[in-house]
Design a binder for this molecule. Structure first.
Ligand code: GLU
Length: 488
């Protein structure tokens, strides 16, 4: 039987890292096994439905190159792949369970349910439904029907015994049935709950493996019972390790619980994020950190999935992104960098102007979003923006006249450099430090602010070489003009 896995997001918000890690593992399993990866939208929680969420989920998958074989946009043999378009199917299946005495209609009002819950809480008992409607007589049912209340459908959970679910990563997990409630499978508005819809769909769509976050482990016995009630074989379940923040608490926004699209904005590369997410709860050999998409596909299997919580390490992600940036060829890097630079300078930048600068950046950036700050001065026309204080720095703060002398001398040398290359520029300027009886650091710092407007920039002489003589001289002269007037 071919492996069929599905990523089944609920469109309630942005696709966050936990969701997409599941999607990645699904995709890897499907690709490793030569099976199918299915996208299904679980939009049965109408109250939490967020319209832009479906598009954001698809965009995140596209960006990461996690292509699906069947889904809402491309269809497939088991369409539709959006649960709100399958309501009739769930209704029929709920009916079937009622007919087989595995489910029942419940007419209890919200007020009654609230009261029962409060009473149980007061008695320090778990606040579960008291199964009032489970044993209504036909007369009582008829009376309830006559009131016109729209009932919900509840599953008839066995009152005793135990339910064993098999988790591919954890083995048998046993639950006592008396700890489970008669959960709702169909809501009064005709929408199913997750506990019905996902099981019916996984069965009808011939899903062989269900990978999902371990927050669903406690629901697994319910799902097992629903499978049994229908007389269906459950798929293989694997509850993936949870992802914790570095403080070992639930991953929060502060530590990386962002939308995956936020990572795109920040200039993370898809391959780097794939590598990083692939190691959150899975390991090749406990050692290897850099694993390509192709290597993941060829090695991925559930036997190496981990159940211990995975800790999100933002520094590691940044480091990895830097590794992937440096592995790009110059054209790829320039293409990836261009939109970030264009955003920073506010206009289009052509590849011809971009290419000479790229080597100066590729070695240095961890995130593409750093590029704007690091390189926008290459594209500024006219005067740069910086303050005299930053130009003078600590060294020249008290002696602007010395700064003026230094800038004048640098400008002279720069004008006369014959071979406009970084080596020649360095050979012309470095000896000036000694001649001016100062250290090279402060001198270069002064020149750096004059020609780039910032105190941290790519290597000075390479930068000057790319900027060109005319601009460098112009900027040195401009810096001179900004100095206080009365120096000797
Ligand atoms: N719709 C569920 C969610 O977004 C899917 C869980 C599952 O994969 O079964 O969490």
């Amino acid at each position: 039987m071919p492996v069929r896995v599905r990523y089944a997001p609920s469109p309630t918000g942005e696709p966050h890292l936990g969701n997409i890690r599941t999607a990645l593992f699904d995709w890897l399993l499907a690709r490793h096994e030569g099976g199918q990866f299915i996208l299904r939208i679980e939009d049965t929680d109408q109250a939490r439905y967020a319209e832009e969420s479906v598009g954001a989920q698809m965009e995140a998958l596209h960006w990461l190159g996690l292509d699906w074989d069947e889904g809402p946009d491309i269809g497939g043999p088991f369409a539709p792949y959006v649960q709100s378009e399958r309501l009739e199917i769930y209704r029929e299946h709920a009916e079937r369970l009622i007919d087989n005495d595995r489910a029942y209609r419940c007419y209890c009002s919200t007020e009654r349910l609230d009261r029962v819950r409060k009473e149980l809480q007061a008695r320090k008992q778990p606040p579960r439904y008291d199964r009032y409607c489970r044993s209504l007589t036909p007369d009582e049912r008829a009376t309830a029907e006559a009131t016109g209340v729209a009932p919900v459908v509840r599953f008839k959970t066995p009152l005793d015994g135990e339910t064993v679910t098999v988790d591919a990563l954890r083995g048998d997990v046993t639950f006592q049935n008396d700890t489970l409630d008669d959960f709702v499978i169909l809501k009064s508005a005709g929408f199913p709950t997750y506990h019905l819809a996902s099981i019916v769909d996984d069965h009808l769509m011939e899903i062989t493996h269900v990978l999902r976050g371990d927050e669903w482990l406690s629901s697994a016995p319910r799902h097992q019972l629903v499978y049994e009630a229908f007389g269906w074989d459950p798929p293989v379940f694997a509850h993936l390790s949870r992802i914790l923040g570095p403080d070992k608490a639930k991953l929060s926004k502060r530590h990386g619980a962002h939308s995956v699209l936020h990572y795109r904005e920040q200039g993370y590369l898809p391959d780097a994020l794939i590598n990083f997410l692939g190691l959150l709860g899975w390991s090749l050999d406990d050692r290897t950190e850099i694993i390509s998409r192709e290597e993941f596909v060829s090695h991925f299997d559930l036997s190496r999935a981990l159940t211990n919580p995975a800790v999100f390490n933002a520094e590691k992600l940044d480091w990895m992104n830097g590794v992937y940036i440096r592995a790009m060829n110059p054209e790829e890097f320039a293409e990836a960098a261009r939109p970030f630079l264009e955003r920073a300078v506010g206009r289009t930048v052509d590849m011809g102007r971009l290419m000479p600068i790229m080597p100066l950046l590729q070695e240095r950036v961890k995130l593409l979003s750093e590029i704007g700050d690091m390189a926008d001065f290459f594209f500024v026309e006219g005067a740069l923006e910086y303050t005299v204080e930053s130009l003078l720095g600590k060294k020249f703060a008290e002696q602007p006249d010395a700064a003026a002398v230094a800038l004048t001398r640098v400008a002279e040398r720069v004008e006369s450099v014959a071979d406009w290359k970084h080596e020649a520029l360095e050979a012309a300027i470095r000896p000036l430090a000694e001649e001016l009886e100062m250290k090279a650091g402060p001198l270069f710092g002064l020149v750096r602010v004059a020609v780039t407007g910032r105190s941290a920039a790519p290597p000075l002489f390479e930068t000057m070489a790319v900027l060109g003589r005319e601009i460098v001289v112009e900027r040195l002269n401009d810096a001179l003009k900004r100095l206080p007037p009365n120096f000797s």
